[in-house]
Design a protein around this ligand. Structure first.
Ligand SMILES: [Fe+2]
Length: 227
């Protein structure tokens, strides 16, 4: 699949719809070939959205190259932002050279400090690796190694309402410790759910419309884009 073309289809679907976003969360694996040109293409495709875009790295990203593009407004890289009553924060869950992820103690500390020093009452935390088991043998060997600890920690922070992850190329939506945890199919090919070994299926590209309410509740709608 030409992933730039399927991303373009997803963006065109959004643009043609009557639903409007205020922010975009982009949860990693923006490129595949380790080239600066791939990030330039990503930038050119996303810029017309003309809104703040929160980006964080996935295992296929190259941090130094990604920072050059995603650290410049309207993009931001592993940043936090407060909007009305909500804190939004992007976390780096990657281990260099490995497909699976793990939250370092430095990222735990940064997350804790950011949440505790925020006056917002509610928080959404975004990261690349699923902190939950996906029920797929191969995929669960490359998830977030300390996912249980991560979710328990989020619960102890007392204001995290939503976690958004990437990496899994399939839909996920469930509550853990009173926190909504969601994953969204990619803007290109999807992984076959429940598969023992790596396998893709014919599910279409997708994005998710997420609404953060001032009382801390959230809504979301999965949008499949038939390319
Ligand atoms: Fe990934």
């Amino acid at each position: 699949m030409v992933t730039a073309a399927s991303l373009q289809k997803v963006l065109e679907h959004y643009t043609a719809s009557d639903w409007r976003a205020d922010r975009v969360f982009i949860t990693g694996d923006l490129i595949q070939d380790d080239s600066p040109g791939a990030y330039d293409r990503f930038r050119e495709l996303l810029l017309p959205l003309n809104m703040r875009m929160h980006c964080l790295p996935g295992n296929h990203d190259v941090r130094d190259l990604m920072r050059k593009v995603c650290g410049v407004p309207p993009f931001s890289y592993c940043a936090y932002e407060e909007v009305h009553n909500w804190l939004m924060i992007g976390i780096d869950s990657c281990i260099s050279g490995e497909a699976g992820g793990k939250l370092t103690s430095a990222e735990f500390d940064r997350l804790t400090d950011t949440v505790n020093s925020s006056s917002a009452q509610h928080a959404v935390v975004c990261l690349h690796h699923p902190p939950v088991a996906m029920g797929s043998v191969w995929l669960d060997t490359v998830g977030l190694e300390n996912g249980d600890k991560f979710l328990q920690h989020l619960q102890s922070l007392d204001k995290v309402r939503l976690v958004i992850f990437g990496h899994a190329h399939q839909a996920y939506d469930a509550e853990h410790n009173s926190i909504r945890v969601i994953g969204t199919p990619s803007t290109c090919r999807q992984f076959a759910p429940g598969s023992e070994d790596f396998a893709v299926d014919d599910s279409p590209p997708a994005y998710r419309r997420i609404t953060l309410h001032s009382d801390g509740s959230t809504e979301n709608e999965l949008i499949l884009v038939d390319a």
